[in-house]
Ligand binder design. Sequence first.
Ligand code: NAD
Length: 490
Amino acid sequence: MTTSLSFDVHSPATGALVGSYPSHDESAVEAAVDRAHGAATWWRTVGFDERARRLDRWRAEITRGRDELARIMSEEMGKPRSDAALEIVMALEHLKWAARNAKDVLGPRSVTPSLLTVNQACRVEYRPFGVVGVIGPWNYPVFTPLGSISFALAAGNTVVFKPSEYTPGVGVWLAEAFARAVPEQPVLQVITGGGETGAALCRSRVGKIGFTGSTETGKRVMAACAQRLTPVLMECGGKDALIVDADADLAAAADAALWGGMANAGQTCLGVERVYVHTDVYDKFLTELLDQARDLRAGTGTAKIGPITMPKQLAVIHRHIEDAIARGGRALLGGPEAIDGQFVQPTILVDVPHDAAAVVEETFGPTLVVTRVASMDEAIERVNDSEYGLGATVFARRDGDAIADRIESGATSINAFVAHATIPALPLGGVGASGFGRVHGPDGLREFTYAKATTRQRFSSPLALTTFTRSAGIDTVVDRLVSVLHGRIG
Ligand code: NAD
């Protein structure tokens, strides 16, 4: 590949240099996409069964190398090694599901025609676009891009992957493991670089872009893709909430709020950033939450919370905490002084106004805003009063389903945090500013295909409609039929 420049990756925990990668320019990106087109026919025509075998081999490669992959992930973006290992397990589950189910979901199936077209044999199948471009974030650098890559590959596309500039080594490792499983053709390639490399991929001859990242970048990706009318999958930001009803298991709800808000240093698209608690159990819940949070620390070594990966995010977290406190909020844990270099200690805020930045904007730090609500109606209203709609969590014994059904989000998990994202057969994605389109499950497979309909005329219809030879008699019959078929309603 031709490149103009390179860039360095530094450990967010120590600042140490952990790698240097090429910044692939427009021509390098186009060359990769050309090679991907060259491999696309082969990959499509090997068929579902052979693709599944190859994807299984890749899964085995990742499994055997998972310690090394977890190490790279941890070095590049800072999450604890055990969290990195867990992320890989989740990604493997989805990869297996995509390989196993692509044929059933996407393969040809016959469809029943209507009465007027009974002479036609009909079938539909879901065809790959050819080449899919995947642009990934750094916060879950294996799980998140593989949500697109695994499903796009299983559907028969070749893939050019642009990992985040914070985690290029993870992307390169995944592509090298793939090349060991599929050495014949460049079915999965990685291009490295920053936003400009991603933008070049959007302008290239890919059949679809699967984007995961912030809502603001998503808008730029859509604008670039509009030039060629390239379809896009948008997996963007969130401001997810957790609701605690009066009859909830408070210990479990506090555990979920803490993990959901603080794990990965709060840098989770589906992370809990807002908690709405029924007034009857508000004080008890807070006591439980603070009790559980007592020993939770951000740091290196055995600390369960790592550093903030992007230096620029520290200013956002600081602004959200300061603004909340300036407007009457209180920090029951942490606060502005929780920010110490690249680490942010867990911060729990209460009494924060509903229009404060910490309630409205994505914070992407280990902070929780806990709010008392008079009823579940109020909780639902507050949860839905957001431009985002990625996921949500409900803790309730009696009314969990009823509450979940009223939440406007891509998914809701009841009595467990983020369970829906870990189940391979369930779709994952958002509404509103959280994006559109789905990864995972049957929807995630169809996302990387287009529907192709085929009909075959089995015999000439006595009611030949689409011809200039159609007679007045046929028009009369059709007119009568229409009354019978559609005019007797109501
Ligand atoms: P980001 O938007 O800064 O970057 C995402 C990717 O886009 C990177 O690879 C980046 O290099 C690339 N990029 C930047 N400018 C571009 C351009 N003009 N054209 C094409 N590509 C460009 O996001 P991030 O900081 O890497 O990730 C964090 C964000 O991702 C958060 O908002 C988080 O909520 C979101 N996220 C969403 C999901 C989901 O499933 N919905 C999952 C993980 C992360």
